[in-house]
Design a protein around this ligand. Sequence first.
Ligand code: FES
Length: 183
Amino acid sequence: MDWKKLYEKEDDETSPFYEPMVYTAKAMEHFRNPRNVGQVEKPDGKGVFGDPSCGDYIEVTIRVEEKGDRLQEVKFLVYGCAGAIATSSVMTELAIGKTLNEALSLADDDVIQALGGLPKKKQHCSLLGLQALQQAIGDYLFKRLLLREGIVKTEEDYEQLKAQHQFIFQPHSCDGSCEEGQP
Ligand code: FES
């Protein structure tokens, strides 16, 4: 092996490491017609997640059934690549109807499998929607706990607390704005 080739760009077609960027028909379909785009009205939970390596950013909002802890609605807004759009779209289909525990068990492989595969370079995109979904579920569970314990009296109190202590409620999030204006 010629080790110098390790440093070749992956989009160099003559490189032994070159992999063409081919999306499955299902991934293309989700990219062109993404499901559940938007925001749930008065959501029970909201999660945001940004990938600092590429600047892609997503918001997920959820509605949970009053009884049974099942996800009734899951919607997303994303600023990102084709992979981020397709994976977020299929993630909503996988999550709707699941209990919170089942939804928390979804893994990036489930998302990739549901699309029939993803180009290697795009596999990290499958995490974007899942991370935001997990944050949205965490937001909902934390709110429920604080309400039950009487630490907050109303959902509005909870939202105020969140606004005052953003770093507690959103421990890992990046909207890519730090990259703006960078070459
Ligand atoms: S390139 Fe970053 S999520 Fe797709």
